[in-house]
Write a protein that binds this ligand. Structure first.
Ligand code: SF4
Length: 232
């Protein structure tokens, strides 16, 4: 396996110091995540800008908003704005009723397993989303992995990734847990650099290995472990 810090240094030399392009507060992240569909940074950013301008993002404003107007405000973010409007009202209501209107503070007082379970009860939040909220929201320095590119780390360290998403995600998490110090700064840095690399070069299909800055450190590129069992 490559030294992960060496890999991250090489990625940072190309992409620069990264910072999150989304709201890191847990409640606001849940709102942002529903501002676009299919959810992507670009779609969510468009819907978020429109929502902030037309309605606002506070729970009170979302709950008071006319459903049709709320859906209209979410439309720039993509498909199913009516459904996303309903989800936002559900999130706002639950944050007010179950978390005393301050989700971050409520989560900070809970054991980590309970935090993750609470987050996964919100719509469209599975393990990767919960880990991301926990890490960037300052709850715990979790070994979070970008949900759309756990394959990056697995390719670099092990070669050919497996078919099963859950297995790939878990393998990537284990590498981060083992090699990146459990501090917020170190784990956020790893998350953001791997995300940039997955979006720009090490794409899910057709990775651009020929122009990759870490190809010399990558097991997939060297072909050493290609062909390992792919159906787990
Ligand atoms: S060499 Fe290819 S597989 Fe390895 S990290 Fe770079 S783009 Fe991804």
């Amino acid at each position: 396996m490559s030294n992960l810090n060496q890999v991250l240094d090489a990625l940072e030399a190309v992409y620069g110091v990264q910072s999150p392009g989304w709201p890191t507060d847990p409640y606001l992240f849940l709102v942002w995540w529903h501002c676009g569909y299919p959810a992507s940074d670009a779609a969510c950013a468009k819907g978020w800008a429109s929502l902030e301008r037309e309605i606002g993002t506070d729970p009170e404003r979302l709950l008071a908003a006319n459903p049709a107007k709320l859906a209209l405000a979410l439309k720039p973010g993509g498909m199913v704005p009516e459904l996303r409007a309903m989800r936002l009202k559900e999130i706002a209501e639950r944050v007010q009723k179950e978390f005393g209107a301050d989700l971050r503070e409520a989560l900070r007082g809970m054991p980590l397993a309970q935090v993750r379970a609470a987050l996964k009860r919100f719509p469209n939040i599975a393990d990767p989303g919960a880990d991301r909220i926990v890490l960037f929201g300052g709850i715990s320095p979790a070994a979070a992995v970008p949900s759309n590119c756990p394959h990056v780390l697995v390719r670099i360290q092990f070669g050919q990734e497996r078919e099963n998403y859950g297995v790939i995600y878990k393998e990537a998490q284990e590498v981060i847990a083992a090699e990146i110090p459990a501090t917020f700064d170190a784990r956020m840095r790893a998350y953001l650099l791997l995300k940039s690399h997955g979006q720009q070069v090490c794409k899910r299909t057709n990775p651009k290995c020929g122009v990759c800055s870490v190809s010399k450190l990558c097991a997939f590129f060297s072909g050493k472990t290609r062909g390992r069992a792919a159906n787990q």
